[in-house]
Design a protein around this ligand. Structure first.
Ligand code: ATP
Length: 357
């Protein structure tokens, strides 16, 4: 069942479109990430869903009701925004209880709910601590507990982890995701970090210049991006300017010919296309490998071996390829070594080139 639907939602600031005709359905109980570069309209879209910004046109429906013009405080959504900090003069328990106090929940029920929430965020012993005495991660957990205290039907998170250092951020990503799954609360999160979106989301909405570039499950978008913009934004990739004949024959920047098996729905022979191949899909053949279809000769020009993974650059005359492997999978790889790089036909994607305006 879909709880939240957006129809042609648009926001103009003067003449500039921050959000431009966005249609979207957010499935019940899922975590959806709005992902995109700075200025693409993620926060504006989230703020319209929250009721903190009014759409210039279009409509927002929640649970069968048009909420486009409903004030924020009547939507009963939980929010954790970068700017919506905890109250520093209150204890942890007082912060978490705040939305319940606003709703005039009786004292005993408030106490029970706060205890339950502090258990949930694994800070049961910190109820009476001032929030100023907490670590960044603990504060973030309290902010989330406060946002879900009144059991909102929708949780909205705007870059909730951006102030944390990398390690804590990764731990919190997993923590929030597990909490969201346990509670089954429909959640929308804004992030510009594709790794964060891949870690947490059931569905990613990739945005570009106020519009939706692609919506899908993280791995589907990673494997099958609709454009160079999406391919480039989601994960590492080799993206090469190529020409093709519309039947799977592709000419690479160095003039080498390969074949791809992808259906041509995203790129016709006359359009400007790029070839995408992810680093882990390039197979490196070392000693005595024979030349063959889709095998390109090259030289290893860079190696970074960090144990769990090995990244290498292969110069293929005319372009270079980034390869992700392991030293176990590709033993004996060395700088300056001649190799064959195989681009499996099924792993090569042709995508529409980015439009330069
Ligand atoms: P970031 O990741 O940097 O927060 P974003 O994708 O969330 O970016 P928005 O904050 O939604 O982007 O902004 C989208 C566009 O709308 C930007 O060009 C921004 O300058 C513009 N914008 C946002 N809020 C306002 C406002 N109140 N008045 C005028 N322009 C605005």
């Amino acid at each position: 069942m879909t709880h939240l639907t957006l129809q042609a939602v648009t926001k103009r600031f003067n003449t500039a479109y921050a959000v431009d005709h966005v249609d979207l359905s957010v499935p019940d109980g899922k975590l959806v990430c709005f992902l995109g570069p700075s200025g693409c309209g993620k926060t504006t879209l989230l703020r319209m869903i929250a009721g903190l910004e009014t759409p210039s046109s279009g409509s927002i429906n929640f649970a069968g009701r048009d909420i486009t013009h409903l004030p924020a405080n009547q939507r009963d959504f939980g929010m954790v925004f970068q700017s919506l900090a905890l109250f520093p003069h209150m204890t942890v328990a007082q912060n978490v209880a705040y939305p319940l106090r606003l709703r005039k929940t009786d004292k005993a029920a408030q106490g029970r709910r706060v205890t339950e929430l502090l258990e949930l965020i694994q800070l049961p012993h910190m109820a009476n601590r001032q929030v100023t005495q907490l670590s960044g991660g603990q504060r973030q957990r309290v902010a989330i507990a406060r946002a879900i205290a009144s059991s909102p039907k929708l949780l909205l998170l705007d870059e909730p982890l951006s102030a944390l250092d990398a390690k804590l951020r990764e731990a919190m990503q997993v923590e929030i995701r597990l909490l969201q799954q346990r509670l089954g609360i429909t959640t929308i999160m804004v992030t510009h970090d594709q790794r964060e979106a891949m870690t947490m989301a059931d569905e990613i909405v990739v945005m570009e210049k106020g519009r939706i570039a692609q919506v899908g499950k993280p791995l589907d978008i990673y494997r099958d991006p609709v454009s160079e913009f999406v391919a480039d934004f989601i994960g590492l990739g080799n993206i090469l300017p190529v020409t093709h004949d519309g039947r799977g024959g592709v000419s690479l920047p160095g003039g080498q010919q390969i074949v791809v098996t992808q259906s041509e729905r995203k790129a016709d022979a006359t359009s400007d296309v790029r070839l995408l191949i992810r680093p882990e899909d390039v197979c490196v053949k070392t000693a005595f490998a024979e030349a063959g279809p889709n095998r390109l000769s090259g030289t290893v020009t860079f190696i970074r071996d960090v144990g769990a993974s090995l990244e290498a650059t292969i110069d293929c005359s005319g372009f270079s390829l980034t390869v992700a492997t392991t030293s176990r999978e590709t033993p004996g790889l060395a700088l300056g070594m001649p190799v064959l790089a195989e681009l499996p036909a099924h792993a090569c994607k042709l995508v529409a080139a980015r439009q330069i305006h």
